[in-house]
Structure formats: C-alpha cells, structure tokens
Design a protein around this ligand. Structure first.
Ligand code: AMP
Length: 189
C-alpha cells in the first residue's frame, strides 16, 4: 500500500505513520527526519540544508525529489510506504506521480489530517519542550512561519489530489486513537 499523510506541521502525521509502520509493516518515509539525520551526520547535503531547516523554509524541490526517488525504489519499500512530509509543493506532487507511473505503480490513498491552527501552534510548542530543544525550528516565530509556508506552498496540493479523487479527510483534532481508527477505516485495515 502506498499512501501520503498530509497536513500542517504538528498535525500528527509522524505519530500516525509510525503506528502504521509498527502495526502494518509499511515503511514510514519522513523527509524531515531524513534531513535531520543528514544534518546530524555532517554530510554535504546536511551542511547545505541546515540553515533552510532552521529558518522554516522549504528545501529545494530538486533535492527532495531526488531523495524520495532514491528511497521509494529501495527494497524495504516494496511492500509499500507512507510518505510523511512529502510532497510539500505541487511540483513535488507532480514528480511523485511521474516516478510512480514510471514504475507502473499508483497511490492508494492521500489522507488529509484536518486541524485547528491555534491548537496546532500549542502542540508544536509542547513538542518543542518534550524534545528538549532537539529541533532548531520549533520556537514560536519559526513554528508560525512554517505554518505560513504550509498555507502558501503546501496547501495547493490539496486541490491537486482532490481532482485526482485520491484525497480523503480525517479529523486530526481527535485523540491519537480516534484518528488511528479513522485512518484504518479509510485504508480498510
Ligand atoms: P518536518 O519534520 O516534516 O516538519 O520537516 C522539517 C523541515 O524539513 C521543513 O520545515 C523543511 O525545511 C524540510 N522539509 C521536510 N520535507 C520537505 C519537503 N518535502 N520539501 C521541502 N522541504 C522539506
């Protein structure tokens, strides 16, 4: 099964993707985690993107498309994958469609986690405290900026997937368990 979890920062995509990976063996592909691992390892790519992540802006489409193209063709993604944090622009969504078509594959589902923005900023602030400052982009101003970037650059992919009739919506303000039930129902799990 191949699916996308879509939603603003703090919507709970990572939590739900991790659960689907643990329970159903689908590989979670979290682009933010991949980038943070590159930064931690001090790689060339990590050095290049460090400032971008800290600012809350997006890494370039070319870099992200290359990263995902490489990952989804790996053997551990054969059973399927959950994209968490990709695509984040219409150009990335289009490139993903091309990659899948090339491999004669398609997406099974795109799940939008709908949430209330004010509560999200509270969640992001709480997560920052729990993480003990592990993320460089969770101070209040940067968190707000990431929300603006989501609205401007990522939200336009919602109509893109609505047009393809692959988009389904869950109420992301419910408890983790309730959101999981909604997602499982959509996926028939
Ligand atoms: P996340 O952990 O998903 O919130 O991602 C953290 C940061 O990584 C984002 O604010 C971006 O700077 C960068 N990032 C992650 N995924 C992407 C993507 N698909 N396109 C561009 N930048 C990304």
């Amino acid at each position: 099964m191949r699916l996308i979890l879509l939603g603003p920062p703090g919507a709970g995509k990572g939590t739900q993707a991790k659960r689907l990976e643990d329970l159903h063996g689908l590989k979670q592909l979290a682009t933010g985690d991949m980038l943070r691992a590159e930064i931690a390892s001090g790689s060339k790519l990590g050095k290049r993107v460090e400032g971008v992540l800290a600012s809350g802006e997006l890494v370039s489409d070319d870099t992200m498309i290359e990263m995902i193209a490489h990952r989804i063709s790996s053997p551990d993604c054969e059973k399927g994958f959950i994209l968490d944090g990709f695509p984040r622009t219409v150009a990335q969504a289009e490139a993903l469609d091309e990659m899948l078509t090339e491999h004669k594959r398609s997406l099974d589902s795109v799940i939008l986690m709908e949430v209330n923005e004010d509560e999200l900023l509270d969640r992001v602030a709480k997560r920052a405290i729990e993480d003990g400052g592990a993320r460089t982009d969770s101070d209040e101003a940067t968190a707000k900026h990431r929300m603006d970037v989501y609205k401007k650059q990522t939200a336009p992919i919602i109509p893109y997937y609505k047009n393809q009739e692959t988009l389904q919506t869950v109420d992301g303000m419910r408890s983790i368990e309730d959101v999981a039930i909604q997602i499982d129902a959509i996926l028939g799990l």
